[in-house]
Each structure stands twice: as structure tokens, then as C-alpha cells.
Design a protein around this ligand. Structure first.
Ligand code: GLP
Length: 198
């Protein structure tokens, strides 16, 4: 993406799944094959109640796994601020920043084993969700021009089946990706094993 579109606006996800991909991006950068100097990034989500410097924040996670090893300009790295006094206003600010950047060209997504994307949890699953977090909404995710969802391992097989082969429902937030015209799934064999089963 960055080779074809050096000024791309990338939506990034945290979680274990994209870590190997981020390591590869750092490697390509170190080898002089990936220039991030004109790119912008917007991360999907962040915990509420902690600031970006907190060791448990997604911001710190991204610093460790990607940002420290590429030449992104700090002012082009965008994150929801979990320590903002007014969380609604913070979400509005983020939406406006995405729009001002021209929208997201490529959104990278992981998936939770219950089908969640970002922190968009199933409508009927309140007990298992984090207490409070900020997230791009499903609508914002669907506005990305292109989406790549990455999933690995057998624990993701059932939610991938439901997302790909099931009906579109808020009970499986990733199923809503079916309405998007340009979604690519990067799956290992275990995660793909149940696709097509009913
Ligand atoms: C968290 C994040 C999601 C992520 C999911 C899966 O809940 N908010 O954005 O996709 O975990 O994480 P993992 O990749 O570690 O399985």
C-alpha cells in the first residue's frame, strides 16, 4: 500500500494478531523498502481512563510493536485519548480528524472470538466487554475504502464462519463487513476451517 500510495491513511489495530505483520513492516522499513514519512495512521481503539503513556495502553503497544521501528511523523500518528475529560467530544474530535485526513484508505482489523471488531461488541454480550473503552464505530470502519481483516488459529474459526457465512447481525459485529465492497480476509488454515459450514 505505501509503495503505491506513500501518503496513505492507514487504520491500525492492536491485539496479538497483527504483531507479526507489524514486525515485517519494521523489517521492510529497516531494509529501506518501506517509507512511512508521508503516511498517516489512525488506531481503532483505546482503553478509557488511562493516557497514551500508560504501559497498558494500546498506544504503548503500538509504539513498541510498530511506531518505534518506522519513520512515521509523530503528528501523523492519531489515537483516541482515553484520558480525555469528555469522551463523547473526544470521539467527535477523532471522527473529524479522520475526515480531515481524507478518510481511511486501508483499515487493518483483528477480530475477537465473539466476533467483535475494535471494541464494537455483540449487542447481547455486556458481561464480557471491557469496562470502558473508546473505539471507532462500525460505521466509521465501514467507511474505510479498503479493509483487511486478519485472523489466526482455531479459536477464531467459529467467529470467522459466522462473519463470512452467517447472516448480518449486530450479534456478530464482523458480519457487518459483508456490506463492504472491498474486504480481504487474511486467515490461516485453522481460522478458515469452518467457512461454508452451516
Ligand atoms: C481486542 C481489540 C480488538 C482486537 C481483538 C483481538 O479486543 N480491541 O481490536 O481485534 O482484541 O485480539 P487478538 O488479535 O489478540 O486476538
Amino acid at each position: 500500500m505505501l509503495r503505491a500510495t506513500p501518503a496513505a491513511v492507514l487504520g491500525l489495530a492492536s491485539g496479538r494478531t497483527p504483531v507479526d505483520g507489524y514486525a515485517e513492516m519494521q523489517r521492510l522499513h529497516a531494509a529501506g523498502q518501506m517509507d512511512w514519512s508521508r503516511a498517516s495512521t489512525f488506531n481503532l481503539d483505546e482503553f478509557a481512563g488511562i493516557d497514551g503513556g500508560h504501559p497498558g495502553s494500546f498506544r504503548t503497544f503500538m509504539e513498541d510493536h510498530l511506531f518505534a521501528g518506522v519513520n512515521l511523523r509523530p503528528e501523523r500518528i492519531h489515537f483516541l485519548d482515553g484520558a480525555a475529560a469528555d469522551l463523547d467530544a473526544e470521539c467527535d474530535r477523532y471522527e473529524e480528524a479522520i475526515a480531515a485526513a481524507g478518510g481511511i484508505d486501508l483499515q487493518i482489523l483483528g477480530i475477537g472470538s465473539n466476533g467483535h471488531i475494535g471494541f464494537n461488541e455483540p449487542g447481547d454480550d455486556p458481561s464480557r466487554v471491557p469496562h470502558e473503552a473508546l473505539s471507532m464505530g462500525t460505521g466509521t470502519i465501514l467507511h474505510a475504502r479498503r479493509i483487511v481483516l486478519v485472523a489466526t488459529g482455531g479459536k477464531k474459526a467459529e467467529c470467522i464462519r459466522q462473519s463470512v457465512s452467517g447472516r448480518i447481525t449486530t450479534r456478530v459485529p464482523a458480519s457487518m463487513l459483508q456490506v463492504h465492497p472491498d474486504v480481504e480476509l487474511l486467515l490461516d488454515e485453522e481460522a478458515a476451517a469452518l467457512i461454508g459450514r452451516t
